[in-house]
Design a protein around this ligand. Structure first.
Ligand SMILES: Nc1ncnc2c1ncn2[C@@H]1O[C@H](COP(=O)(O)OP(=O)(O)OP(=O)(O)O)[C@@H](O)[C@H]1O
Ligand SMILES: [Mg+2]
Length: 405
């Protein structure tokens, strides 16, 4: 039993031969096998038949008057509607068959007259099968192309919605962070406003005592101190939120010696370092130049060093911080490491997330590494990876292009 509809389809074959006896013989032979056969007794009939209804296969005699088989084949191959139809040439043994030419102009096979029935059928079937496979492949290819396109669209949408989700989280985080200092400021300002009203009432009633004045001055001093401190905290937060959105235009790129520049960055941190016992070592080729954004690099290294100072070591501990770099082709491999307390495995995947911090109580916001990540991936078009072992230390591996486009 055959339940494949393709197998029920009877191939359509065009037979071209100027010798009537041959033509009839072939037509009958194929029709008996169930093929749909159309005869043509010369080249131009063959071409018009092929163009009106392109067959699945053409059996084409070579030696014919007016237009020989080679020429018919050339016309077929020149027309995009008939180009794909497989052509099997027929030639008499007595004729000199130019096999090279037959294949060169696009024939797929040849049969010699007088034919052996089984051979003709075998060749016809083989080439029909190949043609079918080719068609299937073409369909599959088109399908694949469409699927790929769909995948790309979906991927784009996913990235977009992920970005939106990230943005949503960021906005929620910003709102949450900024809420506390603003809230405290509002409370302090309200207290100040109320007390000022009370104070002014007492003053106007003419019953003001020295103690009233002193109490009011205390309140005013304390309230304004709180308002100032909290507004400053809010302003600082706004400053760091601004850095999260990596500004692509603010700084122009330039060529600089990497080692010298790294040394300058460390020198600029001397205020934070001199109170500690840590040592910082920079190793790498002093002649290596980078064509990049030095400001971004400075921000990155500063954040990494500050993190080591804040999170990696206990007070009085003497840490070893190391910056190694080397060139690998068009890439710079920059490794930053400390030998501090390390990061817990369950925290590693979150350290680049905005607002992830283990140090909120000390006033850290958890934006440092998020800013570092954005600078590296967006501005410098590189990558950053973190490895850490609790008790052993933390290592960041940065891969950056030597030259920014
Ligand atoms: N060198 C390090 N050693 C140990 N832990 C680290 C190190 N660097 C980062 N971390 C961990 O990663 C967390 C996130 O770092 P990130 O710089 O993003 O935030 P933060 O330093 O806590 O806050 P902010 O940078 O906004 O002041 C830190 O809270 C800390 O737990
Ligand atoms: Mg930090």
């Amino acid at each position: 039993m055959n339940d494949n509809p393709i197998d029920d389809y009877k191939a359509n074959i065009l037979v071209v031969d100027d010798t009537v006896a041959n033509l009839r013989l072939l037509v009958n032979l194929l029709a008996e096998r169930g093929y749909k056969v159309r005869p043509a007794s010369n080249g131009s009939m063959a071409l018009s038949a092929a163009r009106t209804e392109p067959p699945d296969l053409i059996l084409l005699d070579i030696l014919m008057p007016n237009m020989d088989g080679y020429e018919v084949c050339e016309h077929l191959k020149a027309d995009e509607h008939t180009r794909e139809i497989p052509v099997i040439f027929i030639s008499a043994v007595s004729e000199v068959l130019d096999k090279v030419k037959a294949f060169a102009i696009g024939g797929v096979d040849y049969i010699t007259k007088p034919f052996q029935v089984e051979e003709v059928l075998a060749r016809v079937e083989t080439h029909l099968a190949i043609r079918n496979l080719q068609r299937n492949l073409k369909d599959k290819n088109e399908e694949l192309g469409k699927t790929l396109q769909q995948l790309k669209t979906t991927q784009f949408q996913l990235i977009e919605s992920e970005k939106m989700a990230a943005l949503g989280n960021l906005v929620a985080g910003v709102a949450h962070e900024i809420n506390t200092p603003i809230g405290i400021s509002v409370t302090a300002a309200s207290v100040l406003a109320e007390d000022t009203t009370d104070f002014s009432n007492i003053y106007q009633s003419g019953k003001m005592k020295r103690a009233d004045l002193e109490t009011f001055l205390d309140t005013a001093r304390e309230s304004s101190r709180m308002i100032l401190a909290n507004l400053k905290r809010a302003a600082d937060l706004v400053q760091s939120f601004k850095q999260v959105a990596v500004d692509q235009s603010s700084e122009s790129q330039r060529c600089f010696y990497l080692k010298e520049y790294l040394e300058e960055i460390i020198l600029s941190l001397i205020g934070n370092l001199k109170k500690t016992k840590h040592t910082i070592k920079i190793t790498g080729d002093a002649n290596l130049t980078l064509n990049s954004y030095p400001g971004a690099l400075s921000q990155i290294v500063t954040n990494l060093v500050m993190n080591s100072l804040i999170h990696a070591y206990a007070e009085e501990e003497a840490g070893q911080i190391q910056l190694d770099f080397q060139r690998e082709g068009e890439q710079l491999i920059l490794q930053y490491s400390d030998d501090g307390q390390g990061i817990k495995p369950e925290n590693i995947s979150q350290i680049f997330d905005p607002f992830f911090t283990t140090n909120r109580s000390q006033g850290n916001t958890g934006l440092g590494l998020h800013i570092v990540y954005n600078l590296i991936t967006q501005k410098l078009r590189g990558t950053i990876q973190c490895e850490s072992q609790v008790g052993r230390g933390t290592k960041f591996t940065l891969k950056l292009p030597i030259t920014q486009r």
